[in-house]
Every structure is written in structure tokens, then in C-alpha cells.
Design a binder for this molecule. Structure first.
Ligand code: T1G
Length: 698
């Protein structure tokens, strides 16, 4: 994305062209509505309104977006007038018509500024939306009052509770836009002059197009049920309902009250942390200045299994031609059929058009033999988790792949440096750890080998962003960031069974915290044999899990695992046979079982993960605590409303976590539970992971 020129002190300028004042906002990178922009906008519009040479006014922005909304970095800081609602009220109150020329994303407060104008024109590629609910708030600058009056309460409520952007075309059909034009500025100027010459359209706040009250209440009822645990949804419903029952100004006051309450709630602070952490994670620390990613026009994926097929789909979905490579025609066809099946399911579900399906399938070419990787700029190996096989493939790839091609392994655990050392081009080798299903999951761990070249690393991160993934750079260690922390949680979950808990109690503790699935339900879904094979390879034991595998209880695929799935095959119910296995293992281990309170179960699952996260930071495996949060939010379903393990640790208070880890280590004799040195230091200094990240970023 082309960066704009650094902005002058006043980010809002105004020039008069043919009797029209063009008010331009230039606040790179996304024209967020900072205090300087709000003040500049009011001054510019009021000056234009007072200028007798001006007949009409157009508000537009410079760069790749119109206005991306309020400046989220200002939240939580002392308010600087004018507030956004006041700035927008000034725009709406002018004596001359004001038309918004929307040249890109008009999101949140950006759309609300446009709603304060008397008409709106956008370019065909513009996106409009009210994403506030994704930040744990609600539109707080008139969106809940102006939009329903402009397009109707039901469509307005749908737009603000989804949080998703819509196209210019859809916005026009809803009545948000008056025109869609390639040259939005010219069209806006012409429209503004026409308005100046005739009756002005009613301002959005005066419009009375709310629509049928019963239809609104029915839609609101359905949404309230769906968003029961989402306070933003309830706030949107209450604010839009006020548009029916109250005068505009009272509705604005109700909206404002909800906005301030939600903005100051820990849930919104966590969601705002997630927003910035995900973006910060893509900034690679320590990259030599001027490092540029290598161009990627074509990809190759080695291995047409579930992961390989999903990775190939990710490239095709991003419009990047990809060669899917297998060892035989039979395996290749099986892989291609799996991909075709996945796309067919999406078309059946209505989430993909038939045309898009055809385009994407057309970008995936199936080939037999590694030689087919010769033309690729990035090659992703996605074969079995077996080091010998991976080394053999990379040993051959080094002579086949073109110079400069990035050679990535999708390994979940194995040593990327050892794989790189099996080639004569270790600078091109790194890990691109996708998460299953690879065409769906957002997380991409980019594993930086000791020898990985800076531009190869930048290429993998850039490819991750192009694939609409959330890339996080990890160093080389067993399990990288996510799986290394997951192993700690798994060990505690297994230990809790032996000490006295049942699978349903452990899963319930994480469900109550906000995880959709607990460790045992998750294992039943994936299959107990996967973990069993990894333990067999590494000589590790997990007495209960091993006993269940030996009893043929592999999970959902055998209708029995930690739970019994005799019913619909998907709903697990506790099974007395599992209770018997667990109690037998406790006895064999000489452990006297005890009732374990849910609070302790949750602490035993989360604190060792946080502790491992502190070690991952100490070792430089992750550059930021926010990166660790980003991994868990996008790869493991950590509930976003608590911001991720490290953000959550800060909100719990690090001294408490240190004390409880010491208790657990003492009680179990498990030294791995002792708090990490970094965790102890931060706790003792009154520090936090957030402060650590801010210091690293400075
Ligand atoms: N405030 C502050 N910084 C922002 C920002 C914002 N609203 N939006 C983006 N940035 C930063 C971002 O952190 C990154 O910084 C850089 O800009 C590029 O962003 C009253 C209260 C517009 C679609 O939720 O969806 O309005 O990493 O990497 O991929 O009702 O940014 O470069 O240092 O995402 O081209 C509502 C959030 C706010 C929209 C562009 N608005 N932004 O995507 O770039 S609340 C939003 C986006 C509000 C009102 C309420 C996207 C984008 P850095 P980027 P991109």
C-alpha cells in the first residue's frame, strides 16, 4: 500500500473549486478521526459555510481509505474536543449542502461523518461499515440514530450488529449512497452544486424512514438471542429502539451512554488490544532496514493430504496460481477431489459463488513429482510429520526449486534448522505452520530458522497477509509458540484427571471461560491416536489417554473416546467406562482422588500456559507478548473478550499467577510449574506484559 506523504500539522485542508469548497482529510495511514482531524474538519466546514464565494461543500480524504473511523489509539485517554458527535453535528448544521466523496473504506466514525453530510457518493470499490461491535463497543457518533432514519431500523441494525463492511453497490441499494462513480470527487461536486441550486435532501437525522416497528422488534429479538453474551448487540438494539421512541437528541444521549459504558469495559479494552496486536505481529523485529519481500507469482504445495489441500486452497482463494504435488496419480486425484469437495460444500452453503469456485479450482494445477515445483516462488512442504521424509524432500527440492524460491515446511513441531541444514540453501528455508483446516484458520506461524534470510522471512509474512492469514513470527523450538503452550495445558488436563477431576469437569471449566471446546472434547474430535503416535515417537506416556487408545476409544471416529457418542455421533456424554479407567489409573499411580473446584481447574489449565509464554518471551522465540496472544486468538480459539493469555495475565495480576504457580509446583513436585524468571521479575517490579511490549516497540 502506497504510504502517503507525512501529514502537515493541520490534517484537514480546504480549497474552493468552481464555487465548491473541497475539504480534504489527510491523516495517514487510514485517516483516523484524531482530535486534530475532528478540530480541522469543524474549522474547515464552518469557514466554507461562512465564505460567500462557496455555494456547496464536499468532504473527502487522501490516500487509500476515506476515513477508517475514530482513532482507536485515543480511547482511554482524556477526551479532546470537539467530540466526534459534535464535529458531525457541525457538518450537518451548515447552511450549504455538504456531500461526502467516499474514496475508500468508510468505517465506523468514517461512515458516521458521511451520514452527517447531506448526500453521499462513493467509488465502486469503496467499503462501508460499522465495525464497532468487533471492538466491543457500538457506533458512538450518531450511527445508531442517523442510519435507521436513513435506511430503516432493520437494515441499519443488521449492518451495525454484523460489524461487516458492505460494498458501494449494496450501500447504494440500501439508500446509504446517492451515487456510485469512479470519479467520486467530481460526482460529489456536481451533486453538491445541484443541491445548492435546489431543495436540499432532509438530513439523515431528520429522515423518518425507520420502517415497521413490529419488524424491528422481531429482528431485534432474533439478534438479542444470537448475541446474548455480546453486550454490544444489546446496546445497538436499545439505541436503535430509541430512534422509534425518542427525539433525535435523546436518542443520541442514549447512544453516548452505551458507548462510554462499553468503551470503558475490560471486554472492549481486550478487543482493542487484539486489533493492534494482530497488526503489530506482522511487523518483523530486527529486519535490516529496506528488506523487501521477494515477488511471489506462483506457489507449489507438496503433499495433497488434508493440510496440503487446504494450503493449496488458501493460495487459490488469494488468486495465486498453485501447483499441488503428489507422489502418484492416485494420491493426486484423491487430494484434488478433497479440494473440489470442500469448494462444492461452500457453494452449497452459499458462502461461495459457482463462478468463484470455478476460478479458484482453475488456479490449482495437480502434478506428480517434485520437478513440478520448479516454477514456484514459494514451495510449502506438507507431508507426514517425519523428519527423515522431510529431509529427503528438501534435499531434492534444493536442486529443483528456482533460485530465490522460498522453501517452507508446514511442520507443527519439528526442528526447522535441522531441515534447513539438509539443504545447500538454508537461507531460503523457514517454517510456514498452517492450522487445520488450513483454508479456514487465520493463524500462520512463520518459523524463522537460524539461517533464514531476512527477505525470505519478509516474503513468508507478506504471503501470509496475502492469504488473509494472521502471520506471527516464531523462533525454532519444539512446538513453536502455540503448540508449546498447548502441551503445558494438556499435561495439566491429564494430571487433573488423575488427581480427581473428570473430563466433563475440565472441559466445563474452559467452556465457562469462553473456549468453545475443552481439551478432551477437542481430542475426541481430532482423534486420540494422533497424540498417541506423537507420544510413541517421543517415548512419552499419558496413562489415561494411552489406556483409552488401547481400549479402542479413539474419539468421535470410533463413537467412543473421553466421551460416549452413541447418539448423533457428535454430542459427547460422560461414560462410566471412562470413569473406571481414570479411577484405575489414579489407583495405579497411588493418587488419592479429591474433588477439584472449577476455579482451581481453570487456574491449573491457564497459568502453566502463561508461564510457558513467559519462557517463550525470555528465549526470544516470540518477539512480543501480543504475538503470543495473536497466536492463541487465531489458532486455538482463545475467547477474544479476554485478549489472549498474556493480556489476560496482566488483567489477573502477575503476582497472583506467580503465587499460584508456586503452590502448584509445591503440591505436585512438578518443577516445570515453577514460575519463569521473567514472570517473577515482572510481578516483583509491578510490571506487565503490555509494558514489556511497549518498551520493545519504543
Ligand atoms: N484507529 C487507529 N489506528 C488505526 C485505525 C483506527 N481506527 N484503523 C487502522 N489503524 C492503523 C492500524 O493499527 C495500522 O497501524 C494501520 O492503521 C494500517 O491498518 C465513534 C468509536 C481501515 C480496513 O474498526 O478495519 O469509529 O500497524 O493494517 O489492512 O462510532 O485498518 O501500520 O502501525 O489494518 O489497509 C472503527 C479499523 C473505529 C476500522 C485498513 N473503525 N481499521 O486495513 O491496514 S471505532 C474500525 C480497519 C469508531 C465511532 C467508533 C483497517 C482498514 P500500523 P491496517 P489495512
Amino acid at each position: 500500500m502506497a504510504q502517503q506523504e507525512p501529514v502537515t500539522s493541520n490534517p484537514v485542508t480546504s480549497t474552493v473549486e468552481d464555487g465548491v469548497a473541497i475539504v480534504r482529510i489527510a491523516n495517514p495511514p487510514v485517516n483516523a478521526l484524531s482530535a486534530a482531524v475532528r478540530g480541522g474538519l469543524v474549522r474547515a466546514v464552518e469557514a466554507a459555510d461562512a465564505d460567500s464565494s462557496v455555494r456547496a461543500i464536499v468532504v473527502t480524504a487522501e490516500g487509500r481509505t476515506f476515513i477508517a473511523g475514530a482513532d482507536i489509539t485515543e480511547f482511554g485517554k482524556p477526551p479532546v474536543p470537539p467530540t466526534l458527535p459534535d464535529a458531525i453535528a457541525s457538518v450537518e448544521a451548515t447552511s450549504k449542502p455538504v456531500v461526502a466523496a467516499i474514496n475508500g473504506a468508510a468505517l465506523g466514525g468514517g461512515l458516521e461523518v458521511a451520514l452527517g453530510c447531506h448526500a453521499r457518493v462513493a467509488t465502486p470499490s469503496a467499503k462501508l461499515g460499522l465495525p464497532e461491535v468487533k471492538l466491543g463497543i457500538l457506533p458512538g457518533a450518531g450511527g445508531t440514530q442517523r442510519l435507521p432514519r436513513l435506511i430503516g431500523a432493520v437494515p441499519a441494525l443488521k449492518l451495525m450488529t454484523s460489524g461487516d463492511p458492505i460494498s458501494a453497490k449494496e450501500a447504494q441499494s440500501l439508500g446509504i449512497l446517492d451515487e456510485v462513480a469512479e470519479d467520486a470527487l467530481a460526482a460529489a461536486k456536481a451533486l453538491a452544486l445541484r443541491l445548492a441550486g435546489g431543495a436540499r435532501p432532509a438530513a439523515a437525522s431528520a429522515a423518518t424512514n425507520l420502517g415497521d416497528r413490529d419488524a424491528f422488534e422481531a429482528a431485534a429479538g432474533a439478534m438479542a438471542k444470537k448475541g446474548a453474551e455480546n453486550p454490544s448487540i444489546a446496546a445497538c438494539i436499545d439505541a436503535v429502539r430509541a430512534a422509534f421512541d425518542k427525539p433525535f437528541d435523546e436518542g443520541m444521549a442514549i447512544e453516548r451512554a452505551h458507548f462510554i459504558r462499553l468503551r470503558d469495559d475490560p471486554r472492549s479494552k481486550a478487543l482493542r488490544h487484539v486489533f493492534f496486536a494482530e497488526r503489530a505481529a506482522a511487523r518483523i523485529p530486527g529486519l535490516p532496514k529496506g528488506t523487501q519481500p521477494r515477488p511471489v507469482a506462483r506457489a507449489a504445495v507438496i503433499g495433497g493430504g488434508t493440510m496440503g489441500g487446504g494450503i493449496a486452497m488458501s493460495f487459490a482463494n488469494a488468486g495465486i496460481p498453485v501447483t499441488l504435488i503428489e507422489t502418484s496419480e492416485e494420491n493426486l486425484q484423491r487430494g484434488l477431489e478433497r479440494v473440489a469437495g470442500n469448494y462444492a460444500t461452500s457453494v452449497k452453503r452459499g458462502s461461495l459463488t459457482e463462478e468463484a469456485r470455478g476460478k479458484r479450482m482453475g488456479l490449482i494445477e495437480g502434478k506428480v513429482g517434485l520437478e513440478a515445483a520448479a516454477g514456484a516462488d514459494v514451495v510449502v512442504e506438507a507431508v507426514f510429520e517425519e523428519m527423515g521424509l522431510k529431509k529427503e524432500i528438501f534435499g531434492k527440492l534444493q536442486g529443483i526449486a528456482k533460485p530465490g524460491a522460498v522453501l517452507a515446511t508446514n511442520t507443527s513441531y519439528l526442528d526447522v534448522d535441522e531441515i534447513a541444514a539438509s539443504t545447500s540453501r538454508p537461507g531460503d528455508v523457514l517454517g510456514m505452520h498452517f492450522f487445520s483446516p488450513a483454508n479456514v484458520m487465520k493463524l500462520l506461524e512463520v518459523v524463522r530458522g537460524r539461517e533464514t534470510a531476512p527477505d525470505a522471512l519478509a516474503t513468508a509474512v507478506e504471503v501470509g497477509r496475502k492469504l488473509a492469514k494472521v502471520p506471527v513470527v516464531s523462533g525454532v523450538c519444539y512446538g513453536f509458540i502455540g503448540n508449546r503452550m498447548l502441551a503445558r495445558r494438556t499435561a495439566q488436563a491429564d494430571r487433573l484427571l488423575i488427581e480427581g477431576a473428570m473430563p466433563e469437569e475440565v472441559d466445563a471449566a474452559l467452556n465457562a471461560f469462553g473456549f468453545r471446546m475443552g481439551p478432551f472434547a477437542m481430542t475426541d474430535l481430532a482423534g486420540l491416536d494422533i497424540g498417541w503416535r506423537i507420544r510413541q515417537a517421543s517415548g512419552k506416556k499419558s496413562p489415561v489417554a494411552d489406556a483409552l487408545v488401547e481400549a479402542g476409544r479413539l474419539g468421535q471416529k470410533t463413537k467412543r473416546g473421553y466421551y460416549d457418542y452413541a447418539g448423533d455421533g457428535r454430542t459427547g456424554v460422560p461414560d462410566p467406562e471412562v470413569r473406571a479407567v481414570i479411577e484405575r489409573v489414579s489407583a495405579e499411580q497411588g493418587v488419592t482422588r479429591r474433588a477439584i473446584p472449577p476455579e482451581e481447574i481453570l487456574e491449573r489449565l491457564l497459568y502453566p500456559m502463561i508461564n510457558e509464554g513467559a519462557r517463550i518471551l525470555e528465549e526470544g522465540i516470540a518477539a512480543r507478548a501480543g504475538d503470543i496472544d495473536t497466536v492463541w486468538l487465531n489458532g486455538y480459539g482463545w475467547p477474544a473478550g479476554t485478549g489472549g493469555p498474556m493480556f489476560h495475565a496482566d488483567s489477573l495480576g502477575l503476582p497472583r499467577i506467580v503465587a499460584r504457580l508456586r503452590d502448584f509446583a509445591q503440591a505436585s513436585g512438578d518443577e516445570s510449574l515453577r514460575p519463569a524468571a521473567l514472570l517473577v521479575r515482572l510481578a516483583e517490579e509491578g510490571g506487565s506484559f503490555a509494558a514489556l511490549d511497549e518498551k520493545a516497540a519504543a
